[in-house]
Design a protein around this ligand. Structure first.
Ligand code: AMO
Length: 431
């Protein structure tokens, strides 16, 4: 029987139960010992009074250390001061596995552990229910994303993460040796999700790791993150934003149904967006400069992102905002240009002050795509995927969003690494 099944052995007052879990806390008052047991479902109190407990059991309980894995049989009684208003009076104890001492980090959640130490010991760090809940939430979010995409007639694809060329341009890619050739870890499934539209699939989505050689050590950058992507045949970019907006409405409603205890634990209240404002970069910069925040013409600074979100919250009571029409110069080659003002059919989505999505309409016309690539100073020959664009790929658009940044903002975590099971950054390759 698994730990989980033993623990969920129905806890009813005045019945004999058998539960297992890790020793979360011990309070030894001499003739009275309280043990708090934990597993992924929560906490349970074990109360051993010297006079009521068999001597050998009482003595065994005295030898326990935090994080030992034990199994207890006993009577479940009402105690309004205990978690779930119940406690178990032990009649049998088995120590399944002893834990080493001293513990490498504080898992109680009472003291603040250094973040690096927490990532070093990630799988112990998760014995703290609040920290574990972050990853339970991610499992639910990906399930919701998958369900939403399927409901909307998207086909899931599994694109390769080993490519013959870099995806997004720039320098932030990892070259690898692939036998005797140079290859690249995918920065995003971008070129695959677009090229596959040549097949006749008209709506696709992809969920998986992507890789960025991010030299910065910030609270929002990872070298490996989970990208939730979709690509769809469209007539205009608005359809992509609407699809994402519909997903977010659905997602928040589902999270409020399925993940309320997790959200409560992190003091996060989710109101599904009603109508996400769509503001051009130019307008956004005008608003931000009136707030005395420094702006640049080509992008939003991190302070600018926070400022525009604050403005939107006050004016529209929304936590999200779409920023559109970035200059083509600052966008990757695959984005479609807007000829009239040197901008592009592009958008970012900001949530609670942080960019969580980029998307846009793509250049589907072969000649123009080649032209875009050349304008970026790249050799068109370096992109194998281009050959598919000669054979009539429909007008299309899509988006990609980072699961970790989304989780970070949903739960108001200070650092994106907290929302990453095994963070990879400039220094970290363990666990
Ligand atoms: P972009 O490069 O803007 O666009 O990335 C899209 C989203 O991915 C997340 N993200 C990151 N998360 C953690 N660490 C990083 N280093 C990091 N870089 C990006 C963010 C970001 O908004 N191909 C386009 C998407 C598209 O147009 O469909 C792309 O990858 O949440």
């Amino acid at each position: 029987m698994s730990i989980r099944e033993q623990y969920s052995n129905e806890m009813k007052i005045n019945t004999t139960v058998e539960i297992a879990g890790w020793v979360h806390d011990i309070r030894d008052l001499g003739k009275l010992i309280f043990i708090t047991l934990k597993d992924k479902e929560g906490l349970m109190q074990i109360t051993a009074k010297k006079n009521d407990t068999q001597e050998d059991i009482f003595n065994k309980i005295k030898t326990l250390n935090k994080e030992d894995l034990i199994k207890i049989k006993g009577k479940c009684e009402q105690n309004d001061k205990a978690p779930n208003n119940m406690e178990v009076k032990p009649t049998k104890i088995e120590i399944i596995t002893k834990s080493a001492t001293p513990l490498p980090l504080d898992m109680s959640g009472k003291g603040e552990s250094n973040l690096d130490k927490r990532y070093d010991w990630r799988f112990l760090d998760m014995r703290n229910q609040k920290n574990m809940s972050i990853f339970k939430l991610q499992s639910i979010i990906t399930d919701i994303y998958h369900t939403f995409m399927q409901k909307n007639n998207f086909t899931r694809i599994f694109s390769s993460r080993i490519n013959g060329s870099a995806t997004e341009g720039g320098t932030e890619y990892f070259p690898i040796m692939y036998f005797n050739k140079e290859a690249f870890l995918a920065q995003s499934p971008q070129l695959a999700k677009e090229s596959v539209l040549a097949s006749g699939l008209d709506r696709v989505y992809d969920i998986g790791f992507v890789y960025r050689a991010e030299p910065h050590h910030t609270t929002r950058h990872l070298c490996e993150y989970i990208s939730l992507d979709f690509e769809m045949v469209i007539e205009n970019m608005e359809e992509v934003m609407t699809m994402e907006e519909d997903f977010l409405k659905y997602c928040f409603n589902e999270l409020n149904k399925r993940a309320k205890p997790i959200l409560d634990e992190h003091n996060s209240e989710l109101t599904p967006p009603k109508k996400i404002p769509r503001i051009t970069l130019k307008e956004a910069n005008k608003i931000i400069s009136k707030m005395n925040i420094e702006t640049t013409d080509h992008d939003l600074t991190p302070d600018g992102e926070k400022a525009i979100c604050k403005y939107v919250k006050e004016k529209y009571n929304e936590d999200f905002v779409f920023i559109t029409e970035f200059p083509f110069e600052k966008k990757p080659f695959y984005i479609m240009k807007k000829e009239k003002n040197k901008t592009s059919h592009s958008f970012d989505l900001l949530y609670r002050g942080l960019e969580i999505t980029s998307g846009g309409q793509r250049e589907h016309r072969y000649e123009q795509r080649v032209q875009n690539i050349k304008e970026k100073g790249i050799e068109p020959e370096s992109f194998d995927h281009l050959r598919f664009f000669k054979y009539a790929i429909p007008p299309h658009g899509g988006m990609g969003f980072g699961l970790e940044r989304f989780t970070q903002m949903l739960l108001k975590l200070g650092n994106v690494r907290e929302a990453t099971l095994m963070p990879r950054d400039t220094d970290r390759l363990i666990p």
